[in-house]
Ligand binder design. Structure first.
Ligand code: SAH
Ligand code: SF4
Length: 381
């Protein structure tokens, strides 16, 4: 399916249930044009933009320097709401997972992972995923639809609400925030929803928008080669590649997208990704699957494959789910694999799974909520 037809078939709704247009997700020019058509001057759009992205207000009634009648006029036609929080779960390691309901009731998961030096928000780009990577639980759930730019941004804005990280009126403008980094590693393939992801990330990176710079944003892809190039040119955020295998046969057997964009093309796109250097490396994610991709020979092939690409390899212990048919490699096997890479001079840390107790780890998203919903439906019937 072409990217264009894919986008239209799975498009996000443009208005909420009450027919209001979300202003979140529109750039300043678009807001200016929209409000201009309602007879409002350009400075009004600037004020509204400021309240939305720099102050994080959720209601027009709080826009203090906008006249009251104008606030009411805005509230009738537009919305600046957040998604509804269906559940909030906190892991014993501090990870927080939110199940969020969009205006049309579709649900996605967003995860906040606090670390000593930074705090990372893992956001979703689609409801479900069309790609059926065999080790990934999200991949067993068919794509419902793309998220709109507003729904991608709303996840970040919701996290700022929940962590109480909007600057206070009269307070300092940037009070040491816990949420410092964004990773597009939640549900979905961000490069199959490129237009909306790009629009959202531009507002996220805008110094007058959410002001989270490109060096603090990482986009993870299973390897949609044409959009990797576009992403490099237009956004130039950090890139993470879900590699997970060391030859085409092996990769195609666990990641069908490899039939379309084989390793040589994928690695070529990585080599040509703008701005890649030893201080700005590409992350290669490698999920450790017992007896599938974890032999010494795999480790040596991996070293050869990535030679010449400034890279960091993240070894991810497989997070299992019922019926996956895969097992995680034994800890000693992962250690040996990591050691072979380290001996060859590769940076290859073993990723510590976060939020496993609340099913917030890689590849587990959404599954829990679907299960919960199924259980609820069964118990009602
Ligand atoms: N669709 C994008 C981003 C979301 S997946 C992508 O595939 O890159 C985020 C990461 O989790 C990817 O590297 C993915 O391959 C990995 N992953 C998926 N299922 C997993 C599992 N069960 N255990 C560990 N990692 C998994
Ligand atoms: Fe989709 Fe990424 Fe899961 Fe593959 S690993 S099914 S691309 S979410």
């Amino acid at each position: 399916m072409s990217v264009a037809s894919h986008a239209s078939k799975f498009a996000a709704p443009r208005t909420d249930a009450a027919g209001r247009i979300p202003l979140i997700g529109l750039n300043l020019q678009e807001i200016t044009d929209l409000l201009g058509a309602d007879g409002m001057p350009a400075f009004r759009a600037k004020q509204v933009w400021h309240w939305i992205y720099q102050r994080g207000v959720k209601e027009f009634s709080l826009m203090a320097n906008v006249p009251k009648d104008v606030r009411a006029q805005l509230a009738e036609k537009y919305s600046i709401e957040r998604p509804k929080v269906v559940t909030e779960q906190k892991s014993e390691d501090g990870t927080i997972k939110w199940l969020l309901a969009m205006a049309d009731g579709q649900q996605i998961e967003t995860v906040f992972i606090p670390e000593t030096e930074r705090g990372t928000l893992c956001i979703s780009s689609q409801v479900g995923c069309t790609l059926t990577c065999r080790f990934c639980h999200t991949g067993t759930q068919p794509l419902v639809r793309n998220l709109g730019a507003h729904e991608i941004l709303q996840q970040i804005m919701h996290a700022r609400d929940a962590l109480d990280e909007w600057p206070k009126v009269g307070g300092p403008n940037d009070s040491g925030r816990d949420l410092t980094n964004i990773v597009l590693m939640g549900m979905g393939e961000p490069l199959y929803n490129y237009q909306n992801v790009a629009k959202a990330m531009k507002i996220c990176m805008d110094g007058d928008g959410l002001a989270i710079g490109k060096r603090r944003i990482t986009l993870s892809t299973s390897g949609v080669v044409p959009q990797i190039r576009q992403c490099g040119e237009e956004l130039n955020v950090n890139l993470a590649i879900s590699l997970h295998a060391t030859n085409d046969e092996q990769r195609s057997s666990i990641m069908p997208i490899n039939n379309k964009y084989p390793l040589a093309d994928l690695l070529d796109a990585c080599r040509n990704y703008p701005g890649v250097s030893n201080i700005r490396r590409i992350t290669f994610e490698y999920v450790m699957l017992k007896d599938v991709n974890d032999t010494d020979a795999d480790a040596y092939r991996l070293i050869k494959l990535l030679a010449g690409i400034p890279s960091k390899i993240n070894l991810i212990p497989f997070n299992s789910w019922p019926g996956s048919g895969f097992e995680c490699s034994a800890p000693e096997r992962i250690e040996t694999f990591a050691q072979i890479l380290a001996d060859a001079g590769c940076t290859a840390p073993i990723r510590k799974p976060r939020g496993r107790d609340i099913l917030a780890a890689c590849g587990q998203l959404k599954s829990a909520s679907q299960r919960a919903r199924k259980t609820a439906e069964t118990s009602q019937s």
